[in-house]
Design a protein around this ligand. Structure first.
Ligand SMILES: Nc1nc2c(ncn2[C@@H]2O[C@H](COP(=O)(O)OP(=O)(O)OP(=O)(O)O)[C@@H](O)[C@H]2O)c(=O)[nH]1
Ligand SMILES: [Mg+2]
Length: 442
């Protein structure tokens, strides 16, 4: 990557800026121990430390004054995250300590790392492929348990292995076609194009690409809006789901005037839940504005929980893919069969509601089993779709022997797409875009 020099020594704070028990500052680059040793209380121990060992002591400034008591975790060349000589400083987590250490590192000739630069080095030194590098950032930004565990399996290399298998099959196909192209017909037996193998490959790539819908849902989550007339119990349900009294509940109509949002997780999906102003005709300007906002949220929602008061039915919208009609106050009126009924007061029926929300959000998604591989990145999805498109064109053309050279071009194009996925085929631009989205210090 053009803006990254991999020869120099880089450093960055890997933990958040702020007060904490400990902070971690990482350093990577050949010669980093020699650079730091004059500013460490046990220079020899630092220089001679074996890989994966800890050295305890004090960091010192140029006047030999102690900055902080620290523990240094050492990696020698060929080991650790970046595969470079590296030091991780565990220091006390105060802003003053962090500032003093970072400033020292800058003064002794190290360079402050760019976003993603440690992972970039891990990638350049072959420790991670691009799918694993992306998994690092996906794991850091995961907000649901499902997203965490799916990212971890990609970080362990499961996606890389899968892509390698697909590439292997594709190469076999391409080789068969190339041989055919290199020799004239009379030199070879009659050529039968391996249509079946190609169709299987298309199927495998397609189903991997389709898992993006699942990965995206687990990563970015869904917007769920509680809507309905006034006084139906939207705020009561909101509080019940959040297990705290966040929204004001009252027997008066029009209590909630502006929307309130909060995060929760349902069936592994991160949900942003909105409590909204009840829908009714109103003369009150503030309430009218609240209702406009409710309508806007309804327009943007992935799912609307439309709450109806069982004691006073009023308007009931038609159920569609985006709307769940839920009858509240089931403690007061016995709900009709086949309806989704709850009591936001007693909690009755809420588990069933949550299951219905989960099912609805997952309804159009492909099924995945425990431990299945799922992709989460848009880049990965685009490349898989690109590969699939090229292979579909190749399959269509494969009937006519005289366009075998075009078939070969399509197969090669698919191979390039898969190569870009793992990072064997790359450009500075692409790498720049990927790594600049990372956290500094990772
Ligand atoms: N008996 C019973 N009362 C409920 C239930 N849910 C809510 N209520 C009561 O209904 C009234 C209205 O509840 P809210 O949660 O404020 O209703 P809302 O839909 O947010 O109303 P607005 O904010 O005005 O749109 C309150 O007095 C609640 O205690 C329920 O399941 N059973
Ligand atoms: Mg309310």
């Amino acid at each position: 990557m053009s803006r990254y020099d991999t020869q120099d020594i880089i450093y960055a704070l890997a933990t958040p800026w702020g007060r904490s028990g400990l902070a971690v500052i990482r350093i990577s680059g050949e010669g980093c121990r020699a650079s730091l040793s004059p500013f460490f209380s046990s220079p020899t121990a630092l220089i001679e430390a074996k890989n994966a060992t800890l050295v305890h002591g004090y960091l010192l400034d140029e006047g030999n004054a102690r900055i902080d008591e620290v523990v240094l975790a050492i990696n020698t060349r060929g080991h650790g995250y970046t595969m470079e000589e590296a030091i991780e400083i565990s220091c006390h987590g105060s802003i003053a300590v962090i500032q003093a250490i970072l400033s020292l590192l800058g003064r002794i000739g190290m360079r402050s790392a760019e976003a993603g630069e440690f992972t970039f080095r891990a990638f350049i030194h072959g420790r991670l492929d691009l799918t694993q590098a992306e998994a690092v950032e996906e794991l850091i930004s995961s907000v649901s348990q499902s997203s965490r565990s799916l990212s971890l399996s990609r970080l362990e290399g499961r996606l890389r292995e899968r892509i390698d298998e697909l590439k292997e099959s594709l190469l076999t196909l391409l080789a068969a076609v190339e041989v055919q192209l290199d020799y004239s017909e009379d030199e070879l037996d009659e050529f039968v194009f391996p249509r079946h193998a190609l169709a299987t490959l298309i199927e495998s790539i397609g189903s991997l690409a389709d898992t993006y819908q699942i990965g995206r849902l687990y990563k970015s989550g869904a917007k769920v809006v509680l809507a309905g007339s006034t006084n139906v119990g939207k705020s009561s349900l909101f509080n019940l789901l959040l297990k705290e009294e966040r929204s004001i509940v009252s027997p008066y109509r029009g209590t909630t005037r502006d929307y309130i949002e909060a995060d929760l997780e349902v069936g592994g999906i991160p949900i942003r839940l909105y409590d909204t102003a009840g829908l009714r005709e109103s003369e009150d300007l503030v309430e009218q504005e609240g209702i406009v906002r409710t309508e806007r949220l309804i327009g943007e929602a992935d799912l609307i929980i439309y709450l109806v008061d069982s004691t006073d039915l009023g308007h009931i919208p038609a159920e569609d893919g985006r709307t769940l009609v839920v009858y509240n106050k089931s403690d007061l009126v016995r709900p009709a069969a086949d309806t989704l009924a709850i009591s936001a007061q007693s909690g009755e029926g809420v588990d069933r509601l949550l299951k219905a929300v989960e099912d609805r959000l997952k309804r159009s998604l492909p099924d995945i089993g425990e431990g299945d591989l799922v992709i989460e990145g848009e880049r990965q999805w685009r490349l898989l779709e690109g590969a699939k498109g090229a292979l579909v064109r190749a399959l269509e053309l494969s009937d006519s022997v005289d366009v075998l050279d075009v078939v070969a071009v399509e197969l090669a194009e698919a191979l390039t797409n898969l190569g870009e996925l793992t990072g064997e085929v790359r450009s500075d631009d692409i790498l720049d875009r990927i790594f600049s989205g990372f956290c500094v210090g990772k």
